[in-house]
Design a protein around this ligand. Structure first.
Ligand code: ATP
Ligand code: MG
Length: 320
């Protein structure tokens, strides 16, 4: 299998988790953190953990939260040279409260934090040229400057024969950002590997009331080559068009002891994309990604649940 260099770009932040279930933001309560976080950062850490090269582009402030994030990413093997330290802004933060295992509320400080100051000028061309793949998180499309930087990176990577993956990672708290909805439509046009949650598929439908199959089939017709749909505890599915017919693969979810669902989608995505691009057949990449997502929910904290190939294979040998 080949060693890849995969980049991500976007928010770097620290996260604070509510300690008890049903804890609301409207009353005092205990939070644990700071945990290093940001969907692109979790993705990059998971790629590095699988022994491939991961580069992340973004900004932190000149503060302890920023240093915590960079040090942790470095510790996981991520190449952090693309992270800029801004003097005039603080590192992004997120507070998470768990209404239930499926429903979470967030308070984000992202567009107005150091991440919001990232521009295309911050991308070091020498670093970008090393990358054969870029992964985009919809949650990173929070400022016109970041979207512009992504357009530039996508065009450089595509022009060199590279590929693009895209996880919409839609958060209801962020949909009010006007740049975001428009950019979701733009990115999908360049997407080779699409990694939506099943609940996000209707955002990408041509019409209302289309079935999931129809939406997926339309996306494959329009040029997306591979689609892996995340179904939470019900597992994940993969779709591809071959000789005019749609191929489907599915793995049911494992039954892990769920401690914290945050980060499962990012670990799943990074494992699928990294292993698939490195030469794993889609079925095996999906099986390993499904295990990687299950392993992620067993740990508290967004980036704490990343897994090595050995961790995944060990898990699969006990959970066939
Ligand atoms: P998020 O809302 O955090 O962005 P997501 O929708 O991107 O999450 P999930 O579907 O929650 O991603 O998780 C990704 C994958 O991880 C699932 O498709 C599944 O393979 C695995 N997974 C997640 N949660 C569980 C669970 N509770 N039990 C078993 N497997 C899980
Ligand atoms: Mg997600």
């Amino acid at each position: 299998f080949v060693t890849l260099t995969i980049c991500t770009m976007g928010e770097l932040l620290v996260e604070f988790l509510s300690r008890s279930p049903q804890q609301k933001f409207t009353q005092p309560g205990e939070f644990i953190g700071p945990f290093p976080s940001g969907a692109p950062a979790i993705f990059a850490a998971q790629t590095a953990k699988l022994s491939h090269r991961a580069i992340i582009f973004g900004c932190v402030g000149n503060d302890e939260f920023g240093r915590l994030n960079i040090e942790r990413l470095r510790h996981e093997g991520v190449i952090t040279d693309g992270i800029h330290i801004m003097e005039n802004a603080v590192t992004g933060t997120a507070f998470v409260s768990y209404r239930s295992q499926q429903e979470r509320d967030f308070v984000f400080n992202i567009p107005h934090s150091a991440c919001g100051l990232f521009t295309a000028e911050h991308i070091e061309p020498g670093l970008l040229q090393q990358c054969s793949h870029i992964h985009i998180m919809g949650s990173s499309l929070f400022s016109f400057r970041m979207i512009d930087a992504m357009r530039k990176a996508i065009s450089v990577i595509k022009a060199a024969g590279g590929t693009v993956s895209f996880d919409p990672n839609i958060r209801k708290e962020m949909l009010t950002i006007p740049e975001m909805a428009q950019a979701l439509d733009y990115i999908i046009e360049y997407t080779d590997i699409f990694l939506p949650s099943e609940s996000e598929l209707p955002f990408f439908a041509r019409h209302k009331n289309l079935s999931e199959k129809q939406i997926i089939s339309d996306l494959l017709q329009s040029g997306v080559k591979h689609i892996a749909v995340k179904r939470g505890q019900r597992g994940a599915s993969y779709y591809q068009q071959e000789n005019g017919t749609m191929q489907e693969l599915h793995f049911d979810g494992h039954k892990p002891k769920t401690i914290d669902p945050t980060g499962a989608g990012d670990c799943f995505g990074a494992t699928f994309v990294t292993l698939f691009l490195s030469g794993f057949p889609a079925q095996k990449a999906l099986q390993y990604a499904n295990a990687s997502g299950a392993l992620a929910v067993m740990q508290q904290g967004p980036m704490e649940g990343i897994s090595s190939l050995g961790d995944i294979e060990n898990f699969l040998s006990h959970h066939p």
